[in-house]
Design a protein around this ligand. Structure first.
Ligand code: NAD
Length: 253
């Protein structure tokens, strides 16, 4: 579909869920993929799926909220594969659910550190490398909750709104230097994150949440991964600073 031979991609949070689907999709198009995650076991599993199919992949252990580790992730990518063309800053956590008045500050900080600062750090160090090798494309994983609110997840909602904001600012700064920067905003996608939140195995809650999607179902990780791939590909060569909804019409009601 896209020619990504001789290209190199980083996917943070590539061990599971949307990130894993995105790593596999980059590999399918011929890119060498760095799977970057705190979860080594599932990350190695993603790498083995790619190499087992004849692709190139490498695992880097990174906590995206730590600047030195993010910098090292980019360095190791260049050491192993020689360059960096695409990055999907996808790693994130759901965080605690509680109204703001009862939301512990350490939980707020943790969500902001991983979901917002982590994306900012990734974007910063990936841009520095892309400027060295003549450009690239970055896709930051936001959410419908970067465009609309939801009760009891103030940190997550604030972080995702922030991801869209930093994506727009970065696009303005680097579009004329060959780097396109976009965001993707999925609605509820069937991943380990939703399982951990207790949504998938609670039939009443699952039905209630499914019914918020006019399309009549939850999304699949592949449906988000395909959007990331398109945004990175030359097919999207005039698209930058955009926050693309992948939401089954959730937000247009
Ligand atoms: P997931 O929990 O299934 O996978 C997240 C991955 O990120 C895991 O492999 C985890 O180990 C990794 N990770 C977590 N903290 C990390 C850190 N500090 N450093 C490095 N890696 C870390 O989640 P998912 O549902 O695939 O979500 C991926 C992204 O998509 C997140 O940013 C999430 O907010 C966003 N998103 C998810 C949904 C959904 O419904 N699943 C909807 C909208 C947006």
């Amino acid at each position: 579909m896209y020619d990504m031979q001789n290209k190199v991609a980083i996917v943070t949070g590539g061990s599971l869920g949307i990130g894993q689907a995105t790593a596999l999709a980059f590999a399918r198009e011929g890119a060498a993929v760095v799977v970057a995650d705190v979860d080594q076991e599932n990350g190695q599993n993603t790498v083995e799926q790619i190499t087992g199919d004849g692709g190139q992949a490498h695992f880097v252990r990174v906590d995206v909220s730590k600047a030195d580790q993010v910098q090292q992730m980019v360095r190791e990518t260049v050491d192993v594969f020689g360059r960096l063309d695409y990055a999907c800053n996808n790693a994130g956590i759901g965080g605690k659910t509680a109204p703001i008045g009862e939301y512990p500050e350490e939980d707020w900080q943790r969500v902001i550190n991983i979901n917002l600062t982590g994306v900012w750090l990734g974007t910063k160090y990936e841009i520095q490398q892309m400027l060295h090798n003549g450009g690239g494309a970055i896709v930051n994983m936001a959410s419908i909750l970067g465009e609309v609110g939801i009760a009891n997840s103030s940190a997550y909602v604030a972080a995702k709104h922030g991801v869209i904001g930093l994506t727009r600012a970065a696009a303005l700064e680097y579009s004329d230097q060959g780097i396109r920067i976009n965001a993707v905003c999925p609605a509820f996608i069937i991943t380990p994150m939703l399982e951990a939140a207790g949504i998938l195995n609670n039939p009443d809650l699952r039905t209630e949440i499914t019914n918020r999607h006019p399309i009549g179902r939850l999304g699949q990780p592949d449906e988000v991964a395909e959007t990331v791939l398109w945004l990175c590909s030359d097919a999207a060569s005039f698209v930058t600073g955009h926050a693309m909804l992948v939401d089954g019409a959730y937000t247009v009601q």
